[in-house]
Design a protein around this ligand. Structure first.
Ligand code: C2E
Ligand code: CA
Ligand code: CA
Length: 270
């Protein structure tokens, strides 16, 4: 039985990575140059009206014909530093896509994910500004998603960067809300426009009184703070029926649409 500790892992091996790691770590650095990365887009709807209001960009890596999930390769991109160029490519691609979608229709916001490390490396705000200018994308068409875990641990630098992005007109969403340790005081301080209820909290909430009570209070808190609230990971009719009690709720999940290539996003937001 080989000892996992003796595997020849590169010096930047993130914790918890499995045996396929060394291969991925090597290839991940070249994935962008090789044209193996693309973005899938998942619509977000207002449940009460069925109207698509936002779309989330999700990174995909197709390596040797096999699709690898972002949870598996993003830690490697972060550790190797490749995330800087990949993150820049994501921002540019999202800006270009938002500009092309919103040219001649009721605008939708296109959101994209960033890790705290991406925000802190280099001048993230300047990079976004340049991408906006180059692609003629309005900042109001963008939303940056940063996880609750990322912002709650922040000592101040991330909060300042988010404030600068918000000043530009870009919306800030707190992702995976309710998944980890939340500081409600911190939420009040952040320039957030929306929170995204974590899938683990949403799925099956209709069957569990105590979990439903937590969802109720977060949605009400969002309403009080004037934040959009999106329920993530809505997979079945029962969860959707339960969520329909909240008149402003936004929903995202396989029940409505999986992440799809950009040309499968409907041309009209209606
Ligand atoms: P996330 O930001 O929470 O994105 C939502 C994830 O939930 C996506 O997984 C999406 O495919 C999945 N999902 C959506 N609806 C459902 C549903 O009804 N049921 C279930 N079971 N899953 C659903 P994906 O695409 O594998 O992304 C995983 C994570 O990778 C994302 O979680 C995000 O944290 C990260 N990620 C994705 N793209 C990027 C990126 O460009 N940059 C960075 N830094 N992180 C990214
Ligand atoms: Ca997200
Ligand atoms: Ca999420």
């Amino acid at each position: 039985m080989p000892n996992i500790c003796s595997l020849d892992l590169p010096p930047f091996a993130p914790r918890g990575i499995h045996a396929r790691g060394p291969v991925l770590a090597h290839d991940v650095v070249h994935a962008l140059d090789r044209g193996e990365l693309h973005l899938a887009y998942q619509p977000i709807y207002r449940l009460a009206t069925g109207r698509m209001t936002k779309v989330e960009a999700l990174l995909r890596w197709r390596r040797q014909g096999v699709s690898i999930a972002p949870d598996e390769f993003i830690p490697w991109m972060e550790e190797s530093g490749a995330i800087a160029s990949v993150g820049k490519w994501v921002v540019e691609s999202v800006c270009r896509q938002a500009a092309s979608w919103n040219e001649d229709r009721t605008p939708i916001r296109v959101s994209f994910n960033v890790s705290p490390r991406q925000l802190e490396a280099g001048d993230f705000v300047a990079m976004v500004r340049q991408a906006l200018a180059r692609t003629r994308c309005a900042p109001e068409w963008l939303e940056v998603e940063v996880t609750e875990q990322g912002v709650m641990r922040d000592s101040g630098a991330i909060g300042r960067i988010l404030a600068e992005l918000s000043d530009l007109g870009i919306a800030i969403a707190i992702d995976d809300f309710g998944a980890g340790y939340s500081s409600l005081a911190r939420l009040a301080d952040l320039p957030a426009r929306s929170i995204k209820l974590d899938r683990a909290l949403v799925a099956g909430a209709c069957w569990e009184v105590r979990r439903a009570a937590v969802v109720d209070s977060i949605v009400n808190l969002g309403r009080t703070l004037d934040l959009d609230v999106t329920a993530e990971g809505v997979e079945d009719e029962h969860d959707a029926a339960y969520l329909s009690r909240f008149e402003d709720i936004l929903v995202q999940g396989f029940l409505f649409s999986r992440p799809v290539p950009p040309d499968r996003i409907p041309a009209s937001a209606a």
